[in-house]
Design a binder for this molecule. Sequence first.
Ligand SMILES: Nc1ncnc2c1ncn2[C@@H]1O[C@H](COP(=O)(O)OP(=O)(O)OP(=O)(O)O)[C@@H](O)[C@H]1O
Ligand SMILES: [Mg+2]
Length: 355
Amino acid sequence: MEPMIRLDAVSKHYPARKGSAAVTALSETSLDIARGEIFGVIGRSGAGKSTLIRLINLLERPSSGRVVVGGIDLTGLDNSKLRAARRQIGMIFQHFNLLSSRTVFDNVALPLELAGLSRKDIRSKVTPLLELVGLADKAGRYPAELSGGQKQRVGIARALATEPKVLLCDEATSALDPETTRSILGLLRDINEKLSITIVVITHEMQVIKEICDRVAVIDAGAVVELASVEQVFTRPKTEVTRSLLAVVSGDELPAPLSARLTREPVSGSAVLRLRFTGDDAEAPVIARLSRSHGIDASILHGQVDAIRNASFGTLVIAVPVSGDALAAVIRYLENQNVVVEPLGYLAADLRAAS
Ligand SMILES: Nc1ncnc2c1ncn2[C@@H]1O[C@H](COP(=O)(O)OP(=O)(O)OP(=O)(O)O)[C@@H](O)[C@H]1O
Ligand SMILES: [Mg+2]
């Protein structure tokens, strides 16, 4: 099936200006986003995330390449056709961008006024949207009277007013606390299911990707460095950038007392391994089996099991008192159990007891 969104070799260069060098914010990027998908884009600050999302609705014009949304090549449209095509694409923002002088109702009504609808038609569209986002009782309030989460709900209702096929979210939950973030992400998921809207989520937080996305692209320095299902990226990250973004959510950050004791050079004592489990393996007693089959007393130093959608995954940091060929055999054994093994270093014998 034809994708909902296609970027075809899209680049964006910003020319040099006084005091700043030229920047390639996105280079030769091609990707397809399927209809009905919730697609995430993650990367560090300055990686090019906002540039990428603004290219999808042509808030930024690409320097080269094509942007096709719903089968229409936006890059080939004149301004009036582009304005019409943009009604297919809603957008929400980190700081909500509401008009403070307008009520909740009138904020949501704004795109419909601009499209020239009658007051009656506007009412018949705005009322159900406010119900959908859970703000039916706040129609007459002003933005200053709302919480951050409620403001974002207004932003979502406004973005949906023109019945778009695509919703773009640029750091839409970055200004919200974790609980409010979860409720907004839940609402986005609801909207995706109820209205079959394709959603693109830009974030620097893996937690957000984990909660709602189907697939995720990791971008770094203006290029997609990894693109796969969320399960795949969380359990089998391929790049250093992805691993460091994951470190925050997946328990990769070792406790400081432990990392302070790790040495790179082998010492007599234990090798420290990070194990990544995925799916059914996350619950399998791999460590118990390792102890039985190799007669090894593995100690668990650190660990976390988590869930993505319906799949569970986990990381476990263990110390095994072996080296050389015996260590290689342990690693082979674990890999055969479908565990991804990453050697982290060594712990001296006396220190291991103390950890
Ligand atoms: N209008 C502009 N003029 C010049 N350079 C720009 C412009 N917009 C963005 N850039 C540059 O392009 C690069 C990518 O910026 P972008 O805003 O897309 O990053 P980001 O991933 O969204 O970062 P953040 O997480 O901080 O929002 C940066 O180096 C930025 O300085
Ligand atoms: Mg940004």
